[in-house]
Design a protein around this ligand. Structure first.
Ligand code: ADP
Ligand code: MG
Ligand code: ZN
Length: 630
């Protein structure tokens, strides 16, 4: 793809202005220091001058504001200078005195500033101001380096116009088939919008790519542009956020202005979370948020604004923290489509390895399947990096082809680098994770309310989750019944319970589950008044103030007895959910084993296969919990 950065011109103009400015400045400086002939005249004390006037020794005097130059009738001694100067003192009697002693005197005409000085005094200060602004703009525009002062409001988007040879297509992306299928539809929207608009369908405006870093989100969106052969504006969310309040919003405006001119086209906002962070979740930072909020509002306004259906502008955005996004972004008409771009599974890794292996010279008999098996948890970027490392290793020892050993060593290198960022599991850890996740899945499947389990994966995902049971970011649910919430707690405890059932002990892997389960239980009692003994009272104080911490709800003033009761109720809720999860898993022990073995083989189970497997799960006959109240 050809990169064209649009904002070169304003820059060059600014270079010229700078040069002129510096020239003026230098001139001004030097005009002050230019040798002044007046200074050659010897300077004497004022009192001496008065003496000399009184002694009738002064022939004539020339008085200016800052100097009196005078000529002696006769010098005090032979060869001494006859012209002297002195600094005037505010002396009202001087003219009288000079007249008395017959001195011929004159005053200089009032000084009129030269045209140059006037011009400079008008031009220089504003220019200095602009220079300072420019300095700040540069500093805050990190990376975007060469921005001019007057281009604050210019979006820094780079425009890619796909050209034939460097075009990225879907063929360059592997292992993310679901995402590709979804995005193929987007390509269709861009290519033949009429087909959809004629029937009256509304073309989606925003598509959100969600997934861990390095899984190919940026690559995929370039592929969409490449496949559709439309211009592609790429900008990172962080580039909107500026030192100056309002600059981000102006940039969003500018970006959409440009995009509309080039429609149909794609705007790609990388790292959307930089501007799209939930407004309520980020309380506590005093000030500082205004800028981001304005930028976000502007983005929402612009997305709501364009309605030209025959020339669609589709906004793609990527984030690896979907849970932090503002709910307003996910509403219909905005980023209402979410596409999961996940770490690739075994077959996906093989396909990605194939793509990158073609770019290096491989020795005969290299088994990429083995490499794919050994790289569980690697994202596409890691695999690309792996092949490159292997090639470097081979070249270091002057081999002309990459061998299996190089690839194996490269795995170790990449793993070492990854271990800090994400986790690569040992086999026994993997087993624990498998049972844990299947525990969540079985319990989650049997619980009412909560969203159904769509995917189980033991492909590690960053530090926090070693495996996961999938939920795409969904719109907020506004109402949850008591039963739903109890189900959620039970599901969260399903992972730990499975570990207990199978291994008889627990690991640290459930920490986050417990945190969330306890939070829900506390809210049920304290916020939603769902306790029978404590009644419909809100024991948590909802803090309306923006400046109090985000989710810390201090308790209302309650008696010690009530506090004790609250703690007991919360504890009771979680305990009952735990018992329930244990009962369910014991009852479905065979299924737990079966699915766990399967997932240890395949790493990911999803879709219909998962549905079928979970369909044979059963609730134990004696429910631990009774019915619920809405
Ligand atoms: P993200 O935007 O999700 O963080 P990128 O798209 O920037 O990831 O990926 C970085 C690089 O890793 C890409 O340029 C590509 O070389 C490689 N890569 C990542 N995922 C894939 C994939 N699924 N298929 C092929 N290459 C990939
Ligand atoms: Mg990216
Ligand atoms: Zn868990």
């Amino acid at each position: 793809m050809a990169i064209r950065q649009d904002d070169n011109r304003p820059n060059r103009r600014f270079g010229l202005v700078n040069l002129l400015l510096i020239g003026f400045g230098v001139l001004l400086l030097f005009s002050n220091f230019l040798p002044n002939p007046a200074t050659q005249v010897p300077r004497v004390p004022y009192s001496l001058f008065i003496d000399q006037v009184n002694g009738d020794n002064v022939k004539r005097a020339y008085i200016t504001q800052d100097q009196i130059r005078y000529e002696l009738t006769k010098p005090p001694e032979e060869g001494a200078p006859t012209v002297l100067s002195t600094t005037p003192i505010f002396d009202m009697e001087l003219p009288q005195r000079l007249e008395q002693h017959g001195v011929e005197f004159a005053a200089a005409p009032p000084k009129r500033p030269s045209f140059l000085t006037t011009a400079l005094s008008w031009v220089v200060p504003p220019l200095i101001f602009i220079l300072v602004l420019q300095f700040f703009a540069r500093r805050s525009g990190m990376g975007g380096g060469a921005q001019g002062a007057l281009s604050f409001t210019k979006s820094k988007a780079k425009v890619y116009v796909p050209d034939e040879e460097s075009r990225v297509t879907f063929a360059d992306v592997a292992g993310v088939d679901e995402a590709k299928t979804e995005l193929t539809e987007i390509v269709d929207f861009l290519k033949t919008p009429q087909r959809y608009t004629e029937i009256g369908a509304r073309i989606p405006k925003g598509v959100l790519l969600v997934g861990p870093p390095g899984t190919g989100k940026t690559l995929l969106s370039k592929a969409v542009a490449g496949e559709a052969s439309v211009p592609f504006f790429i900008i990172s969310g962080s580039e909107f956020v500026e030192l100056f309040v309002g600059a981000g919003a102006a940039r969003v405006r500018d970006l959409f202005e440009e995009a509309k001119k080039k429609a149909p086209c794609i705007i790609f906002i990388d790292e959307l979370d930089a501007i799209g962070k939930s407004r309520s979740g980020s309380m506590g930072v005093v000030g500082g948020n205004d800028e981001r909020e304005q930028t976000l509002n502007q983005l929402l306004t612009e997305m709501d604004g364009f309605t030209a259906q025959d020339k669609p502008v589709i906004v793609l955005a990527a984030t690896n923290q979907p849970e932090t996004l503002d709910a307003a972004l996910l509403r219909p008409g905005r980023f209402d489509r979410q596409v999961l771009v996940d770490r690739p599974d075994l077959s996906g890794r093989k396909m990605i390895l194939d793509i990158y292996a073609k770019k290096v010279k491989l020795a005969d008999g290299v088994d990429l399947d083995k490499i794919a098996q050994a790289t569980s948890g690697f994202a596409g970027a890691d695999l690309a990096n792996l092949v490159n490392e292997a090639a470097l290793l081979a070249a270091r020892v002057y081999r002309t082809k990459v061998e299996q050993a190089d690839l194996n060593e490269a795995i170790e290198r990449v793993v070492a680098g990854l271990e800090k960022k994400s986790r690569v599991l040992q086999p026994d850890e993997k087993k624990v994770v498998a049972y844990h996740e299947v525990g969540h899945a079985i319990v989650g499947h049997l619980m009412p309310g909560g969203s159904k389990v769509a995917k189980i994966s033991i492909v590690p995902r960053g530090m926090a989750a070693l495996g996961y049971t999938l939920q795409l970011p969904t719109e907020e649910r506004f109402l949850n019944s008591k039963e739903d919430l109890e189900g959620q707690i039970t599901t969260l405890l399903g992972g730990r319970s499975a570990e207990e059932v199978v291994f008889g002990e627990v690991t640290t892997g459930a920490a986050n589950d417990l945190q969330r389960a306890t939070d829900i239980a506390e809210q049920m009692i304290g916020t939603y008044g769902m306790s029978e003994t404590l009644g419909p009272l809100a024991y948590d104080k909802q803090s309306g103030s923006r400046f109090l911490g985000g989710n810390s709800n201090p308790r209302r003033a309650v008696s010690d007895a009530t506090a004790l009761e609250i703690d007991k109720e919360v504890r009771g809720l979680v305990d009952r959910a735990h018992d329930r999860a244990l009962a369910i898993l014991n009852h479905n022990r065979d299924l737990l084993e079966a699915i766990s073995h399967k997932i240890l083989e395949k790493e990911v189970i999803e879709g219909d296969e998962l549905k079928q497997l979970l369909a044979s799960s059963r609730l134990p006959e004696t429910p631990v919990l009774e019915g619920a109240v809405a």
